[in-house]
Design a protein around this ligand. Structure first.
Ligand SMILES: C[S@@+](CC[C@H](N)C(=O)[O-])C[C@H]1O[C@@H](n2cnc3c(N)ncnc32)[C@H](O)[C@@H]1O
Length: 371
């Protein structure tokens, strides 16, 4: 993939909406249309769910592309490539000189994106890398640049991962208790956690990563029923431990907690957020889509304050010392239309932030180093 783009920098902050002229996946000419076609929840393309595939329907795809891209000839990192829906939307907004690096831990996702976006790959507009976004800075440096124009993190699992019983992510489908994004490198499976951890550790896991108040009861039931090897067996134990109709929520929280622990999701997210100020150029943007409060809290705090405690650090004049500045006051959410089409969009929160100037960064680094 060629290094940084050479074309003219066109700032898109102001008002634009890109209309697509599709010539096959990823090879799309973009034309600017009138500002009044803009809609926060996505324009006409999003309304048709145009970037959805049988693999996954990306959430807020058009909004992400439009708000993340500030230079159509720039270099962008989609750090959660999945089925390539968001990457396709980004490529549509970018000019021929614009570049996307797609990262994922999952081989199936990488294969899917390579096949969907083959044309962009062959044209050198897209590069694909296997790895964790915990290594965002190293992967960006290795594959594109030390200073990029935007980074997208669309957290969690894809629909394809949930729908594939053999991956073990779903409590609705019977399969092995696996849940690893990267089966080749994953340290442990959900079965190992369920069967080897103590009752006290499982209880803490369901509290901390599932925010599940029935954690003690569920942990006790799991320990009494083990060994448990399948998602079906675990789901049955959880169902019997709680009183209907709350069982579905509890199941969702217990499976979420296990998935987070299996993949070290929160540690990876914190590492990626910490890397953002280092990989983004001055004014470059980050877009983080989260699906539950554990993720959103981390994104919100880091993008606002540059730390995970949500602690404002101010200079003598009361100005915030932070590496990033939110583009919007609060999170952007999907429209009712999109939620109707794609239930997953209901819990999505999109946060956008821009990297501050070199001076602000230097001040933040000094203060962080002093802490
Ligand atoms: C919600 S899906 C992304 C879907 C994608 N935006 C699309 O349009 O198809 C999240 C993806 O992130 C990947 N993922 C999760 N944790 C990761 C990590 N630490 N590093 C890289 N990829 C990760 C998952 O394998 C999954 O494919």
């Amino acid at each position: 993939m060629p290094a940084l783009a050479t074309g003219p920098a066109l700032r898109l902050d102001v008002a634009l909406h890109c209309r697509r002229d599709r010539r096959g996946s990823g090879a799309v000419r973009t034309t600017m249309s009138e500002p009044d076609e803009r809609s926060e929840a996505g324009g006409p393309a999003a309304a048709r769910g145009e970037y959805a595939s049988s693999y996954h329907a990306p959430v807020l795809a058009e909004t992400v592309a439009r708000r993340l891209v500030t230079d159509r000839a720039g270099t962008y990192v989609d750090a959660t490539l999945g089925g390539g829906g968001h990457a396709a939307a980004l490529l549509d907004v970018l000019s021929e000189e614009g570049r996307v690096l797609g990262i994922d831990r999952d081989d199936e996702a990488l294969d899917e994106a390579r096949s969907r976006l083959g044309e962009a790959l062959r044209a050198g507009r897209l590069a694909v890398a296997k790895g964790s976004f915990a290594r965002l800075a190293a992967l960006a440096r290795e594959h594109v640049s030390t200073s990029v124009d935007g980074v997208l993190l669309d957290l969690g699992v894809s629909s394809h991962q949930i729908d594939a019983p053999e991956r073990g992510f779903s409590f609705r489908k019977d399969g092995p208790l696996d849940m690893r994004f990267d089966a080749a490198r994953g340290r442990r499976t959900a079965a190992q956690i369920v069967n080897d951890w103590t009752e006290a550790d499982l209880k803490q896991l369901f509290y901390d990563y599932g925010e599940e108040r029935r954690a003690p009861r569920v942990a006790r039931a799991v320990c009494e029923a083990r060994p448990l090897e399948t998602t079906g067996a675990l789901a049955e134990v959880v169902r019997e431990a709680v009183i209907p109709p709350e069982e579905i929520q509890t199941l969702a929280r217990v499976f979420q907690a296990l998935r987070i622990a299996v993949n070290g999701e929160l540690e990876a997210l914190e590492a990626a957020l910490r890397a953002l100020p280092e990989v983004l150029r001055d004014g470059g943007r980050a877009a983080v889509i989260s699906y539950h409060s554990l993720e959103d809290r981390r994104a919100k705090r880091f993008l606002r304050y540059g730390n995970f405690e949500g602690r404002p650090v101010r200079d003598l004049y009361g100005e915030l010392i932070a590496p990033m500045e939110p583009v919007e006051k609060g999170p952007l959410t999907a429209s009712e239309d999109e939620i109707e089409r794609n239930a997953r969009a209901r819990s999505a929160r999109l946060r956008l932030a821009a990297r501050r100037s070199e001076e602000a960064m230097a001040e933040w680094r000094t203060r962080v180093a002093d802490d």
